[in-house]
Design a protein around this ligand. Structure first.
Ligand SMILES: *Cc1c(COP(=O)(O)O)cnc(C)c1O
Length: 384
């Protein structure tokens, strides 16, 4: 039966332990066997290959994303690495955004060379440009100059929440025979199901919205059994499996995913309207369905620092997607890897604050935001 996502979330995780109404935390690093014949049939022999808790989490996320199979990993980065290595091999080309999540950028720029996989960073949201790039790479691949092409995109860009048109991107990928991998961390399966829109694989930082309480680190990948089996081999060999306790926490978090996401983005849309109508000129970046709001306060770095220091409730925290509202300063954290000119050209200015809207009352969040904005404005002095 096809259940709505709220129902799937509440019932997430089929407890694998017999007779228990809820998931049982299983910390054992290996199974024991009374009979040799049992050993051959066992699914989870040794924890590096997965545990009952990681299996429950992988299955639950696969169900939410509408994928054939899913796998829980130690972190979002672990999931991204395993997913990309499952589809790319030596000689292949990976097309990815110029301004992805900072950890993804580091991975692509520092490590993919080692595998002989070339990385092409592009404005993947510009469909005309993407078409031209894929067409050029396709010609090189058919001429035998390079291997397969894979495309990696994020559903909402970080921190400016630009929306990726997944159906259009996937159409281009099909045109040129490319594999499409989508990071749906910001979208979550509550808002978006990239596999249903033509993507081949979805990856998540479950550390963020899926876990939702800033107390667990995990990742997940979902796709066809073929890709997931290939990724599972990488996860086992490289030691990238999720820990049982983190899996257990994320699965607990998922049960309230839909109500959290809905409430967070309702508040985000109220706040972005109020920010846009503010008498001070603030540049606001927000997107339908996303509870991340980016806000450019006056007076650059000084303004951003003053706002962060003036917040009484909103905490500076380099993560997102939890129950409390947090702020991060992208220029000095997630996007500090970009040369300044390039970063500013992308719109990630020194005064830009990324707000992850939490579950507090919207008026309390607003009061704190205003406190920060006025503090930012007060840093200006003649001659600056
Ligand atoms: C945080 C994040 C990641 C990395 O996830 P970790 O769990 O920190 O390894 C990847 N993609 C996006 C969009 C993220 O926000």
């Amino acid at each position: 039966m096809d259940f709505e996502v709220a129902t799937l979330c509440c019932h997430s995780g089929k407890p694998l332990a017999k007779g228990s109404a809820k998931q049982v935390l299983c910390l054992a690093s290996a199974n024991k066997f009374d009979k040799f014949s049992d050993y051959a049939e066992a699914a989870h022999v040794y924890r590096r290959y997965g545990s009952p808790n990681t299996k429950e989490l992988g299955d639950a996320i696969a169900l939410l994303e509408g994928g054939e199979s899913g796998l829980a990993c130690s972190s979002g980065m672990g999931a991204i690495l395993a997913a990309l290595l499952a589809v790319c091999k030596r000689g292949d080309v990976l097309v990815a955004p110029r301004d992805p999540y900072g950890g993804t950028y580091d991975l692509l720029v520092n490590d993919f060379d080692r595998f002989g996989i070339s990385v092409r960073l592009e404005d993947v949201l510009d469909l005309v440009r993407l078409d031209a790039t894929l067409s050029e790479l396709y010609a090189a691949a058919t001429a035998g100059v390079s291997g397969r092409i894979a495309v990696f995109v994020e559903t909402f860009s970080n921190p400016l929440v630009k929306v990726a048109d997944i159906p259009a991107i996937s159409k281009l990928c099909k045109k040129y025979g490319c594999v499409l991998i989508v990071d749906n961390t910001f979208g979550t399966p509550v808002q978006l199901k990239p596999l249903k829109q033509g993507a081949d694989m979805v990856v998540h930082s479950a550390t963020k919205f899926l876990g939702g309480h800033n107390d667990a680190m995990a990742g997940a990948l979902v796709g066809s059994s073929e890709y997931v089996t290939s990724a599972a081999g990488i996860v086992a060999r490289w030691g990238l499996a999720a820990s049982p306790f983190d899996s257990w926490l994320v699965l607990r978090g998922i049960q309230t995913l839909k109500v959290r996401i809905q409430r967070q983005w309702q508040s985000a849309s109220i706040l972005s309207q109020r920010l846009s109508a503010h008498p001070l000129p603030l540049r606001v970046h927000a997107a339908q369905g996303c509870s991340i709001v980016a806000l450019e306060v006056p007076n650059g770095l000084d303004g951003a620092a003053a706002a962060i220091d003036a917040f009484q409730m909103i905490t500076l925290c380099p993560s997102l997607g939890g129950v409390t509202t947090t702020v991060s300063h992208s220029a000095s954290s997630s996007h500090s890897f970009l040369p300044r000119d390039q970063r500013i050209a992308l719109g990630i200015t020194d005064g830009l604050l990324r707000i992850s809207v939490g579950l507090e009352h919207v008026d309390d969040i607003w009061a704190d935001l205003e406190r920060g904005i006025f503090a930012a404005a007060a840093t200006s002095h003649p001659g600056r």
